[in-house]
Design a protein around this ligand. Structure first.
Ligand code: ARG
Length: 457
């Protein structure tokens, strides 16, 4: 039999394999709520334009409400023959309310319908993701405040560089997430445009009111060009790019958490409930959550590339290619929500092993720059000071002692301008609290940064 929605010009039904191959109902059914919202707004507009009677409108709305309830109660058998969520719902509506159901699609195409649905759906998901991101940010601020005095080694090239405060390190993570949040909000502006009324590609001959449907659906405005409206998916690509950056940031955090939980670092402890054991090695406690988040970054990066590639050679206007936009987009959203949730739940419970962090900072000559800066304050040019301290470090490596563990006499071998007060700058506490300017690692700056962040979050 021929398809009930478009069978008119066909002399035979679709091949069973082709029906399965071209159908999207298996995945696009998750758009049901937004498809119904879009249909309600469209029907209201058709009524205002005199195309649907009051009775027809009421029948359509209560029919759609009944379908929504059926879907949410799991009382729906989706049909592959009806291809996608749009035709499944429309067919069901006609089954329920008869002739009026057949009028719903007046002045509309699945092309503007699907573009509308994705935008409505993605707008809600962006809001949910933004909330989860905020929850993680709040957790980071709490830990950063708690650890504003905690000293750890700061690294460049993963070699001990200078001491930093753990709170400062966590605030570096926080800053990455601030930009991620802004990117989501920026992307949302371009998502929140209504394509409804573009119809198949050229607009429609009916006296439609696009402003009405746009505002009924909470869009900022109708789109300006019908061809662009049905073909453009750059809003989804942009979202995936923002998502890939979020995952990149979570992955960088994960990498550090994994390193820090290792016996070799032993900087932090993760609660048991965020870890798993080994089926063979009884001693193991593995940081699975950050590892898995790091791993899931790959699939989100992949989805971004999928969508870019999907779009790159499409002629105007709608092409069936675009049905392939959904799975990468959906999986990006699911992955982001899960990873952010895991991080927001876990981060507030990260326990710092302060003694180990301090000890590691002590071992790595992390105050060498402080000694050079001290010599510069005594009048030595920086390059000479660098050389002098380099020699002192070489001596320390040979002796197995840190700079602060040398005697004054030993240090004076390298420069006679060194006095007893040098030990004030060689301590780790002295080193971090001396970096007391905007963006510096001093505990006072960290507390101020947390305060400022709380006022803007
Ligand atoms: N399932 C389709 C999609 O996801 C809906 C639009 C189909 N339009 C069409 N003319 N075949 O893009």
């Amino acid at each position: 039999s021929s398809n009930q929605q478009w069978g008119g010009r066909f002399s035979e039904g679709v091949d069973a394999f082709v029906a399965r191959f071209t159908a999207s109902i298996d995945f696009d059914r998750r758009l049901y709520l937004h498809d119904i919202q879009g249909s309600v707004a469209h029907a209201q507009m058709l009524h205002q334009a005199g195309i649907l009677s009051e009775d027809e409108l009421n029948a359509i709305i209560s029919g759609l409400e009944g379908i929504l309830e059926d879907i949410e109660q799991g009382r729906i058998d989706w049909s592959i023959e009806l291809e996608d969520i749009h035709m499944n719902i429309e067919a069901r509506l006609t089954d329920r309310i008869g002739a009026a159901g057949k009028k719903l699609h007046t002045g509309r195409s699945r092309n503007d319908q699907v573009a509308t649905d994705i935008r409505l759906w993605l707008r809600d998901e962006i809001d949910a993701i933004s909330e989860e991101l905020k929850r993680l940010q709040e957790g980071l601020l709490d830990v950063a405040e708690r650890e504003s005095d905690t000293i750890m080694p700061g690294f460049t090239h993963l070699q001990t560089a200078q001491p930093v405060t753990f709170g400062h390190h966590l605030m570096a993570w926080y800053e990455m997430l601030v930009r991620d949040y802004e990117r989501l909000q920026d992307c949302r502006k371009r998502v929140n445009i209504s394509p409804l009324g573009a119809a198949a590609l050229a607009g429609t001959t009916y006296p439609i009111d696009r402003e009405f449907t746009a505002s009924a659906l909470g869009f900022e405005r109708p789109s300006r060009n019908s061809l662009d409206s049905v073909s453009d998916r750059d809003f989804a690509i942009e979202f995936c790019a923002a998502g890939a950056l979020i995952m990149t940031h979570l992955s960088r955090m994960s990498e550090e958490l994994v390193l820090w939980t290792s016996a070799q670092f032993n900087f932090i402890d993760l609660p048991d409930r965020f870890c798993t054991g080994s089926s063979i090695m009884p001693q193991k406690k593995n940081p699975d959550v950050p590892e898995l988040v790091r791993g899931k970054t790959g699939r989100v990066n992949g989805h971004l590339v999928s969508l870019l590639t999907l779009m790159k050679s499409q002629p105007m206007a709608y092409n069936k290619d675009n049905q392939e936009d959904k799975e990468p987009l959906f999986d990006t959203v699911d992955t982001l929500k899960d990873c952010l949730r895991a991080f927001a739940d876990m981060v507030p419970h990260v326990q710092a092993r302060k003694e180990n962090m301090l000890e590691a900072a002590r071992r790595g000559f992390s105050t060498a720059t402080d000694l050079a800066d001290y010599l510069v304050r005594q009048g030595m040019p920086f390059r000479n000071a660098h050389e002098v301290v380099g020699k002192a470090v070489a001596f320390g490596i040979q002796e197995g002692r840190d700079l602060s563990e040398m005697t004054l006499v030993e240090l004076q071998v390298f420069s006679d301008t060194i006095k007893q007060d040098v030990f004030d700058v060689l301590t780790l506490e002295g080193s971090v609290s001396a970096r007391n300017h905007l963006g510096g690692t001093a505990p006072e700056q960290v507390r101020q940064a947390v305060l400022n962040a709380r006022n803007t979050l």
